[in-house]
Design a protein around this ligand. Structure first.
Ligand code: 13P
Length: 249
């Protein structure tokens, strides 16, 4: 059975005290919620603070990005080995806010994915269409391009270090969520494509984009939705925990 996963992407939010407080509230709240892997992805400066707050709990640490090289003269960048060193197991790669806001192309996403997996991290690879692409009914072509480009050259065995997050760009931070049916049809398409390419249909696929306590259960009830990548609602412990609970089978 595929695992259930809920990851909080805090984006560029929190400071030391609020990061610690939020992480501790999540640790306290997930006790007694079995069968859901909870992941927190704070900003780089607070990875250590959050690592300390979640130590000894079932909550895992993830980062929001990493560089495509293992080390070197890349001022201001953070490498995958550094993330492992400070306690990360996961890293988000290819988030639309980086693809669109920071001009990260598919080839760069591919380089980052290779390096992160080689370093020993599990990658949460984000894919998703813009509103324009959805209106033009080009979603499937977009998924194919993003998935094929991101995974190019990756050995089949590396896919056990991969989680995919389907995040329609039009649903991120907009309050407009994909309907459970829209999410299911995108997830099924992505899963079938992975099956076609690699003969693997067990990759966890998370939905992201305005997931809230009141819509999470319906999304997670879809057969190909294995959990969520949560932005805004992950900044409030009570909301995030309600979403984690909704992911329980
Ligand atoms: P929101 O939940 O704020 O829409 O953000 C989703 C997201 O981008 C998670 O990575």
């Amino acid at each position: 059975m595929r695992p259930r996963i809920v990851a909080g992407n805090w984006k560029m939010n929190t400071l030391t005290a609020s990061a610690r407080e939020l992480a501790k509230a999540v640790v306290a709240g997930v006790q007694g919620i079995d069968g859901v892997q909870t992941i927190l992805c704070p900003p780089f400066p607070y990875l250590g603070v959050v690592a300390e707050a979640i130590a000894g709990s079932s909550v895992a640490l993830g980062a929001q990005n990493c560089h495509s090289e293992m080390s070197g003269a890349y001022t201001g960048e953070v490498s995958a080995p550094m993330l492992l060193d400070v306690g990360c197991k996961y890293v988000i790669i290819g988030h639309s806010e980086r693809r669109h806001g920071m001009h990260e192309a598919d080839a760069l996403v591919n380089g980052k994915l290779h390096t992160a997996i080689e370093a020993g991290l599990t990658v949460i690879l984000c894919v998703g269409e813009t509103l324009e692409e959805r209106k033009a009914k080009r979603m499937e072509r977009v998924f194919e391009r993003q998935v094929v480009a991101a995974l190019a050259g990756l050995p089949r065995a590396a896919l056990n270090r991969l989680i995919i997050a389907y995040e329609p760009v039009w649903a991120i931070g907009t309050g407009e969520t994909a309907t459970p049916e829209q999410a299911q049809s995108a997830h099924l398409y992505i899963r079938s494509h992975l099956d076609k390419l690699y003969g693997i249909s067990t990759t966890p696929i998370l939905y992201g984009g305005s997931v809230k306590p009141d819509n999470a259960a319906a999304l997670f009830a879809q057969p190909d939705v294995d959990g969520g990548l949560i932005g805004g609602a992950s900044l409030k412990a009570a909301d995030f925990l309600a979403i984690v609970r909704a992911a329980k089978r």
